[in-house]
Write a protein that binds this ligand. Sequence first.
Ligand code: SF4
Ligand code: SF4
Length: 176
Amino acid sequence: MIIKRTPLKWHEKLYIPTLINGFKVTLSHFFKKKVTMQYPEEKWTVPEGYRGAPYLVKDSKERTKCVSCQLCEFVCPPKAISITPPGPEVNEERGNIEKEPAEFEINMLRCIFCGYCQEVCPEEAIFLQEDYSLTGESREEMIYDKTKLLELGGVHDSEVKKWDKKAADAAAQSTH
Ligand code: SF4
Ligand code: SF4
C-alpha cells in the first residue's frame, strides 16, 4: 500500500502553530504538582513485606540463628552465598546445640533478590529486608561478611524458640 504525503499548507510550513502547541504542553505541566523524586536525597517508602537485600538475623537474645546448614548456599541461583562452617570445637558458652558459621558472605553484586535463601532456611535466619539500593566503591566492598550481614539484619524474634526449648530441656534433665 502506498500512502500519499499530503503537502503542508502555508501556515504549517511556518511551524509557528506547532511551536505554540509545544509551549502549551510545557506550560500545562509547569503548573501541575511536581512528581519528580529527588533521588537519592528522597527515597521511596517501600511497602510492608518488600523483599530487598538478604541479611542474617539474630534472635531476641542476640544469638545468631544461622546453623551453617548451607541450604541457602546450595539453592542460590547466582551462587552469591559463601559459607564457612565452624570447626569441630564446642562453643562453651552456647553448648554444642548450634553451628554458628565461622564466616558467611553474600556477594551483593551477584544477588538477584530472588528470596530462595529466605524460603529454604529452616531456622528463619535470613530475611530479605527493605534495602533496595546498595552502593560501594569497589567490588570487595559489595561482598558483605557475617558481621555486616548481622548488623544490617538486626533482631528477628520469630515464633520458633528452638534454642530456648533445648536449653530448658537440658536444664530439666540435669535436675533429675
Ligand atoms: S536472594 Fe536469591 S540470589 Fe540473593 S542470596 Fe538469596 S538466594 Fe541468592
Ligand atoms: S541462613 Fe539458614 S539456610 Fe543458610 S546456612 Fe544459615 S541456617 Fe542454613
